[in-house]
Design a protein around this ligand. Structure first.
Ligand SMILES: O=CC(=O)O
Length: 328
């Protein structure tokens, strides 16, 4: 390999089309190994590449592209992982820490969009918009009063789990709809007047709706279990814009099928891209393919963010960058 080529950092791109602006540069600043264009499992893809993997310095990924310990181990020169997501649960952070690999996420860039999606899902479940759309397409063929009533949003008691940037945006929006906001998070937030519950079951017992906005960690995995769902009760609704594994999904399916809770709006699932098939016939459930942060207008922002993260990292000496760049 020519010396100049060696000095151009190699970047493994797991999700399309990050790095577009960078690719157009002349002379090129980076060499891109585009795994997203292959159907092979990532490790197999890497094994098939002859030269580049040993020199890969950075990975660009998003929440749907896991960066496992095996992937990290197959890249001996890896210094940086940039994820176009707020969550970092898809990255083996233990292995990154061990190797002193910098992890950079997108912070609150999409907090407002994710909050908008949470509110949209809630309104859809309450007013049965998606179900009504399906019904209206055959309306003329149905019997009178064949479509069940929806429910108001104003006055609902909404329990937000995780009052960080996304949760805060959800609270702001739903306050404007005259909802009563309560929350659970690791710590009470002294700067808000919403009622704080240190216990999720208590929050569920005192809410009509639970909105999940917290990151997935070992502490929050299955934070919504059967006990919480039963405490929420038959009129309760769950909205999840966090991560699928925040809910015990098997129990959620059972509760929805048996009518032990009233409905759910889900943008995320435990085993994406697999969505439990039992949910498909249910009109009290609105499904979305982890799309809260996927807007055409937002995409340019995430490309810019990824570009800036690479440029910042590679323009700083690696030793310095490892201490100065922060994972938000
Ligand atoms: O899932 C999306 C994100 O983590 O930003």
């Amino acid at each position: 390999m020519a010396k100049e080529e060696e000095e151009v950092p190699a970047i493994l791109v797991l999700a399309s089309p990050f790095g577009i602006d960078l690719k157009a540069q002349n002379p090129p600043k980076y060499r891109f190994l585009e795994a997203f264009s292959s159907n092979l499992p990532l490790l197999q893809f890497l094994q098939q590449q002859q030269t580049l993997p040993p020199s890969v310095r950075a990975i660009i990924c998003n929440a749907l592209k896991p960066v496992t310990a095996d992937v990290i181990r197959s890249l001996p020169s890896l210094d940086l992982v940039v994820t176009a997501s707020a969550g970092t649960d898809h990255i083996d952070l233990t292995e990154c820490r061990r190797r002193r690999i910098q992890v950079v996420n997108i912070g609150g860039l999409f907090a407002a969009d994710v909050a908008d999606m949470a509110v949209a899902l809630l309104i859809d479940v309450l007013f049965k918009i998606s179900a009504g759309d399906r019904f209206a397409r055959n309306w003329g063929l149905s019997k009178p009063l064949g479509f069940p009533f929806g429910s108001k949003l104003g006055g609902k008691r909404v329990g937000i789990i995780g009052l960080g940037r996304i949760g805060g945006e959800v609270a702001k929006r739903l306050e404007a709809f005259d909802c009563i906001i309560k929350y659970h998070s690791r710590n009470k937030n002294p700067s808000v007047s919403y009622t704080f519950y240190s216990n999720v079951v208590d929050l569920a017992s005192n809410s009509d709706v639970l909105v999940l906005c917290c990151p997935l960690t070992e502490q929050t995995r299955h934070i919504i279990n059967k006990e919480v769902m039963l405490a929420l009760g038959k009129d309760g609704i769950i909205i999840n814009v966090g991560r699928g594994a925040l809910i015990d999904e098997k129990e959620l399916v059972q509760c929805l099928v048996k009518g032990e809770i009233r409905g759910a709006g889900l943008d995320v699932f435990e085993d994406e891209p697999n969505v439990p098939k039992e949910l498909f016939p249910l009109d009290n459930v609105v499904l979305s393919p982890h799309a809260a942060a996927l807007t055409l207008d937002g995409f340019k922002d995430s490309c810019d963010y990824v570009t800036k993260s690479l440029d910042t990292f590679f323009s700083i000496k690696p030793q310095v960058s490892k201490t100065k760049l922060t994972c938000d």
